[in-house]
Ligand binder design. Structure first.
Ligand SMILES: [Cu+2]
Length: 124
């Protein structure tokens, strides 16, 4: 009976751990949201980028929406090499970048200007 008392906190800890892991994997991988005849990819920039990977549809114009909120680190210095895009994001706000329809299998990678943090959009 004494052993059973220890099972309760252990079980609760396991459930909490599972919830934390599943929440993190959710924020690491996301899907573009379809809006009419285009799709929106939302990325939050602060001490890195989240989600790290977003899956989007090939052949559809994409709006990349980057949100900042008191972002004072270098993730505010956004660089998207494939479209020669470079911009200092506002400390707090929303920045939209338009991407032309991409081929199936294409990946658009973005990073901070130093290449320390990054994220990518995979077109399937
Ligand atoms: Cu950096």
């Amino acid at each position: 009976m004494k052993n059973l008392i220890y099972l309760v906190p252990v079980t609760l800890a396991l459930i909490a751990g599972f919830l934390i892991v599943s929440k993190n994997s959710e924020s690491a991988y996301a899907y573009a949201k379809t809006q009419g005849n285009f799709q929106v990819v939302e990325v939050f920039a602060k001490n890195g980028y989240s989600p790290a990977i977003t899956e989007a549809k090939a052949g559809v114009p994409t709006i990349l929406k980057i949100k900042t909120n008191n972002t004072l680190d270098c993730s505010a210095a956004l660089f998207i090499p494939s479209i020669k895009y470079q911009k200092y994001l506002p400390v707090t706000g929303e920045t939209e970048v338009q991407l032309l329809p991409q081929e199936k299998g294409a990946t658009v990678s973005a990073s901070c200007s130093m290449g320390m943090f990054g994220f990518e959009i995979r077109f399937v």
